[in-house]
Design a binder for this molecule. Structure first.
Ligand code: ADP
Ligand code: ZN
Ligand code: ZN
Length: 752
């Protein structure tokens, strides 16, 4: 038998697959998707079997033999998916396959084995834990003495058994003390054996999670019934794509849960994608509370061991629901009945490494391959989703609360970070003891630093991006550092201008740190705490703790970047403030308006205190949006809560400007240590594309990033497939020479 193996190498130049002769003894283990260790150009590398064949074009003596079969194989469907991803996103099969494997699999590292102690039936009986009615009338003392060979258990031994019982009857021996457990083993009370110990991720639940499904509202019922009808339909009619549109709190998650339940009842599996790591704990908590261990989680905040083991649980069918951010779309599940993409408008569904896949695109493709139902959900769907999918809507919040009024505040001519209206609202809130969320899409203390004498701006030496001031407060004085938010470069706060030696340094713009500081100075007190949450250095646990603290506090403020407006559901926040809507509005991207509309609407969806709406005074809920562009289209539509109006208007604009969904964009970036080779490679690619159908923008220089000069070409094409193929061919043709000149070429289909 011949196995066609794709070695997992990073280089674009190695294409594969390559033929290997499978020895008789190994044949039973080698199938499409199997992970092998194979000799390849003088080394041993991991590789995935992408095809099996009876014979090879190579002479038998030229065929190498795989060294061994590793234990984390893929399914044939994932192999096909990897090949599709390579083509769809102008990458290589090897890179796509590498994304699908669990960490460590390729080095043959695998499950963790350890000695595990298990309570035996006798052990349980000693504790007086019946385990079955038969033991109920056993006086535990008498039983004890019998088992103990005449000797009673010591208190310590009894306590040890109790600890084991408290852990559900099993624990690693090391955890409780192997020596002591061995003595109990000799008395038949526990059993000790080497076993695979699954490293289960800790359950970081933020907020409440109910195990029981509430009765659905009529709107939810209607939406769920439409989904269930498709799930129960014959295979050919199951390939439906739905958009579930509903504001935050309209009960979308309950509808997903109902659909997941139906898929599980049908013996099938499900994937639920959520936008960001920071949001996973809450979503995960709800799914685990409802379905228990059948839910696995895959995300990058887990340790490599945990991810490996969760992956294995999915692969072997022990877990049948995978919840996680974009990479969960590659979960090794079979017979998928349902794929849900929650908050489908989120840009985090786009992967920024190669292959630059879009989890929404991969979800669609996988759903089609499995005859699975696809459900996208959002309060602010992308215009393209609205045009492509069947829409179900949840027009009202479950609790019947109205959406809070959204007021746009004109910041032109103001030099303060807070509008007087915002100040007043915060003061009222403090007085009345309420909660507010304040959004600012800028981390750090101030936006950038400049010299007051000559105008010099401090930039990252690698990236040509402004350095952001971060403050560390120590005994009242401000110390700290400046940092590049792109590459992480840090330096001390400058005291003197390198151009003109002036010591007068101006700080521009307020970041989350400064706002937090100012609010704390102005309003903070023991009864009115100010919390900050942003995507800085803080890890998942710190964020989860901050969110918990804010949720528990009876009153206070939460300041943060836009992530605070996403996913978390706090029951009693009555004021929302967007401190600088211009930050997203001015972003040079055709999605800037869509993002601004979405940001304001998402925030509004999280505001509203039960019973507080509609009443005048401090109890009323509201959203304040500070901006220099009070007439901007997305703000006007957001203020009217008019998502449909915004989308219709946006589609007209997109059609006129030939943006998605009316055209596809492909971005090619050539990067090198120096400027000329990057530009030359881009010109060579441009020359190969110039006679095609597509419109070409560039080559245009971009600002330097991580010390590399970059030149970009943007391809705008009405016909997607031929354009992707043409770009792929041009990059392949130019690639080898470019690589020799030290140029890396990256292709981004549907860039964000
Ligand atoms: P969304 O996903 O649209 O934001 P959720 O499904 O999270 O909405 O629902 C918002 C809140 O309402 C949650 O606390 C949820 O437990 C609750 N909820 C949802 N559906 C119902 C229902 N049918 N009956 C009672 N409570 C519900
Ligand atoms: Zn200067
Ligand atoms: Zn940098």
């Amino acid at each position: 038998m011949i196995a066609r193996v794709q070695p997992l190498t990073r280089t674009r130049a190695v294409r594969g697959p390559f033929d290997y002769a499978v020895p008789e003894a190994m044949a039973a283990e080698v199938a499409v998707g199997a992970l092998l260790r194979v000799p390849f150009s003088g080394r041993k590398v991991p590789g995935v079997v992408v095809e099996l064949a009876a014979g090879s074009e190579l002479a038998p003596e030229r065929l190498a033999t795989p060294e061994r079969v590793l234990n984390a194989g893929l399914t044939p469907e994932l192999v096909a998916l990897a090949r599709w991803m390579a083509r769809e996103y102008c990458s290589t099969t090897a890179r796509a396959l590498a994304l699908m494997l669990p960490p460590g699999a390729a080095d043959g590292r695998g499950a963790k084995r350890a000695l595990v102690a298990t309570l035996t039936a006798d052990g349980a009986a000693v504790l007086g834990d019946p385990g079955g009615a038969g033991h109920l009338n056993h006086p535990s003392r008498g039983f004890d003495a019998q088992r103990a060979g005449g000797r009673a258990l010591t208190d310590a031994q009894r306590a040890l058994l109790q600890q084991l019982a408290a852990r559900g009857g099993t624990a690693t021996a090391a955890e409780l003390g192997t020596e002591a457990l061995r003595r109990l083993e000799r008395r038949g009370l526990v059993q000790i054996a080497p076993r695979i110990v699954p490293r289960r991720p800790a359950n970081l639940v933020v907020g409440r999670a109910d195990a029981l499904a509430p009765p659905l509202t009529p709107d939810q019922r209607a939406a769920a019934d439409a989904l269930l009808a498709v799930l129960h339909a014959p295979a050919a009619r199951r390939r439906e794509e739905f958009l579930l549109q509903g504001v935050t709190g309209s009960g979308k998650t309950e509808v997903y849960l109902a659909a997941v339940q139906a898929a599980l009842d049908l013996g099938r599996t499900a994937i639920v994608l959520v936008p960001e790591i920071a949001l996973t704990p809450q979503a995960l908590g709800r799914f685990q509370a409802r379905f228990g261990d059948v839910v696995a989680v895959l995300h990058s905040a887990l340790s490599a061991g945990e991810r490996h083991d969760e992956w294995m649980r999915l692969r072997c069918g022990e877990a049948r629901v995978c919840v996680g951010p974009r990479s969960a779309v590659l979960a090794p599940l079979e017979d998928i009945g349902l794929i849900v993409v929650d908050e489908e408008h989120e840009s985090s569904y786009k992967h920024e490494g190669d292959p630059r896949y879009d989890a929404r695109g991969v979800a669609r493709r996988r759903a089609r391959e499995h005859d699975a139902l696809l459900v996208f959900g959002s309060a602010t769907p992308r215009p393209e989703t609205v045009t492509e999918m069947r829409r179900l809507s949840l027009p009202h919040r479950v609790d019947g609360r109205a959406m809070p009024p959204v007021e746009v505040l004109d910041m032109r001519g103001s030099h303060q970070p807070l509008h007087p209206e915002t100040r007043m609202a915060l003061a009222d809130l403090r007085h009345g003891g309420g909660k507010a969320i304040l959004l600012l899409n800028r981390r750090g203390w101030s936006n950038f630093l400049s010299c007051r004498s000559c105008g010099h701006v401090w930039l990252c030496p690698n990236c040509e991006l402004a350095l952001v001031l971060h403050a560390a407060r120590s005994s009242g004085a401000l110390r700290g550092h400046v940092a590049c938010h792109h590459c992480g470069h840090r330096e001390p706060v400058p005291g003197r201008c390198p151009e003109c030696a002036s010591v007068s340094v101006a700080r521009h713009g307020a970041g989350t740190e400064r706002i937090e500081h100012e609010l704390r100075e102005a309003l903070g007190s023991a009864g009115f705490p100010v919390f900050r949450l942003d995507a800085g250095a803080t890890g998942l646990e710190v964020r989860a703790r901050t969110l918990q603290a804010f949720e528990r506090a009876p009153a206070g403020l939460l300041v943060g970047t836009q992530m605070v407006a996403k996913g978390h559901d706090f029951p009693d926040v009555s004021l929302g403030v967007v401190l600088d809507a211009d930050q997203t509005l001015r972003f040079p991207d055709f999605r800037a308006e869509e993002r601004t509309f979405s940001l304001v609407t998402q925030l509004a969806g999280r505001i509203g205190r039960p019973g507080g709406d509609g009443r005048p005074g401090a109890g009323a809920s509201r959203v304040l949006v500070q901006t220099l562009a009070p007439d901007a289209r997305p703000l006007r539509f957001a203020a009217e809560h008019d998502a449909d109006g915004f989308i219709a208007d946006e589609l007209i604009r997109r059609r006129a400007l030939a943006y998605p969904p009316y055209a596809s964009l492909i971005r090619v970036v050539c990067a090198a240590e120096s400027e000329a080779p990057a530009r030359e490679a881009a010109e060579a690619i441009h020359a190969r594309l110039v006679h095609g159908e597509a419109l070409l923008l560039g080559p245009a220089p971009l600002f330097r990033l991580r010390g590399r000069h970059r030149t970009q070409i943007v391809v705008k094409a009405r016909e997607r497939r031929p354009a992707i193929d043409a770009v792929g061919a041009a990059v392949d043709a130019v690639g080898p020479a470019a690589a020799r000149a030290g140029v890396s070429v990256s292709v981004d289909v549907d860039p964000q």
